[in-house]
Write a protein that binds this ligand. Structure first.
Ligand code: AMO
Length: 444
């Protein structure tokens, strides 16, 4: 009874319904499970949209076909043509009775990773077998939500007439400090993978593009192995001109976050349920706390703070902001100049040069975004570079853009995986990348 099934007529599992009772349908997917009771067997066939039950009757199929269908290894690819029949005992209310089928690709045994099994598996094993891991609905859910989040962010920026740009990821100079640069052999010259599009997005303000955004990979040779750092992340970068202060950037950012989370709630219910997480949309305006006040709050809570906030301090601040302000998302503003030294492009506060017009956006104790107002006055920018020992000549391609009319501007860089990490309360940021890169992993 095996036949060549016409896959062109295939219906996705989520498109099947009780209304189709009596119709002949073609379905195809991966064999998740087989339960053989002798004269009758139940197969679960999964595609990206869901699972359908295939009920095989030995009497109807004949011994040979029945044996073939019911002994296929799990996760093999199978196509079935059969009648959709109502059956109240099945959770969907229907099943398919096969008339013909085709084993398209048999899976080898044993599987390196169970797809349907509920047993916990180490993240490393899952990542080593990511193509199988991604067959699990709860893993796919993360990437469905990632897609919804990104689409909503794009939509929002486009609605405000931001133009999408793509800048080069092979660069001659780093913008975010030398310690996390990946060197690249570039036709006998020294080059690096871009840590961020920082210098280019500013140059585009000099080009008069006014409002731009880019969603692209950013590369950081992070030496520390943590649950919130990866070596390649998706960075949503924006830059806007003619701002009065960093407040304009923060206002845009908070509205962007609200729009994105609203979209996740509206379009992603099924995936949030799959993951068992609840997401709430924060109210605007997000609380703003200066860096200095954040330190005071933490010291009051018994922490010792020297210099920047470390992971523990950030986490604690997240708890305090939730307890005292009911806020999951909040801005930390006016970062001290001392802490933003390598950020030579950050504008200093006009009334206190010890402070910058720079902020972070944190979500329950993890940094999602940093940004601020840039220094657009060339002489001050060069001074700030020289202060940290940078040679302005190395950045001439960038500085040129400031010589012929550079408007005041600002922007931010947002880590997409950081948003997902916190929003979905996942234990490790690597769960939010299909094929993550870190100190120890470059395959698959
Ligand atoms: P910054 O270096 O703070 O700022 O990076 C911006 C945001 O990028 C994300 N991020 C990371 N995510 C995962 N793994 C990493 N290793 C990693 N490193 C950074 C974080 C962070 O908040 N040019 C500035 C932005 C700007 O001012 O426009 C910049 O890159 O979410």
């Amino acid at each position: 009874m095996t036949s060549n099934v016409d896959l062109g007529t295939r219906v996705e599992n989520s498109s099947l319904s009780k209304d189709m009772a009596g119709q002949k349908v073609t379905v195809a997917g991966w064999l998740q499970d087989t339960r053989n009771l002798g004269g009758i067997a139940f197969l679960l066939l999964r595609d990206r949209t869901g699972i359908v039950q295939i009920t095989c009757l030995k009497k109807k199929l004949g011994d040979e076909s029945f044996a073939k269908l019911t002994t296929m290894p799990r996760e093999s690819v199978l196509a079935v043509i059969g009648e959709l029949k109502l059956n109240e005992q099945v959770s969907s209310g229907f099943e398919i009775l096969p008339e013909s089928f085709e084993l398209i690709a048999e899976a080898q045994t044993p599987l390196p990773l169970g797809v349907a099994d509920k047993v916990g598996v180490e993240l490393d094993t899952r990542l080593n077998n990511r193509f199988l891991d991604l067959r699990k609905p709860q893993v796919l859910a993360v990437f469905k939500l990632r897609e919804i989040l990104i689409r909503a962010m794009r939509e929002y920026l486009v609605s405000l007439r931001f133009m999408e740009v793509t800048t080069s990821k092979i660069v001659a100079a780093g913008a975010e400090g030398g310690s996390t640069l990946f060197p690249v052999e570039y036709f006998g010259k020294k080059a690096y993978l871009a840590q961020s599009p920082q210098l280019y997005k500013q140059m585009l303000m000099g080009a008069g593009l006014d409002r731009i955004y880019e969603l692209a990979p950013a590369f950081r040779a992070e030496q520390s192995d943590t649950v919130r750092h990866i070596a390649e992340f998706a960075s949503l970068d924006i830059e806007m001109s003619f701002i009065k202060s960093e407040e304009d950037v923060m206002n845009l950012l908070q509205d962007l976050m609200v729009h994105a989370l609203e979209a996740v709630l509206a379009q992603g219910t099924q995936y949030l349920e799959e993951l068992g997480v609840e997401v709430s949309v924060p109210k605007t305006p997000f609380p703003r706390i200066t860096f200095t006040d954040a330190v005071k709050m933490l010291v009051h809570a018994g922490l010792e703070i020297q210099g920047d906030l470390d992971t523990e301090a950030e986490k604690r601040l997240g708890e305090l902001m939730l307890a005292q302000h009911g806020a999951e998302m909040y801005f930390i503003t006016k970062f001290p100049s001392e802490l933003k030294k390598t950020t030579f492009y950050a504008m200093r506060d006009s009334s206190d040069s010890e402070l910058t017009n720079y902020f972070d956006l944190d979500y329950r104790g993890e940094e999602l975004v940093s940004g601020g107002q840039r220094e657009h006055r060339l002489d001050i920018l060069i001074n700030q570079m020289e202060d940290i020992g940078y040679v302005p000549k190395d950045f001439e391609f960038y500085l040129q853009a400031f010589r012929y009319g550079m408007p005041p501007h600002g922007g931010f860089g947002l880590g997409i995986e950081r948003v997902l990490h916190m929003m979905l309360r996942l234990p490790n940021i690597r769960e939010c990348v299909m094929f993550p890169r870190d100190m120890y992993r470059v395959v698959p």
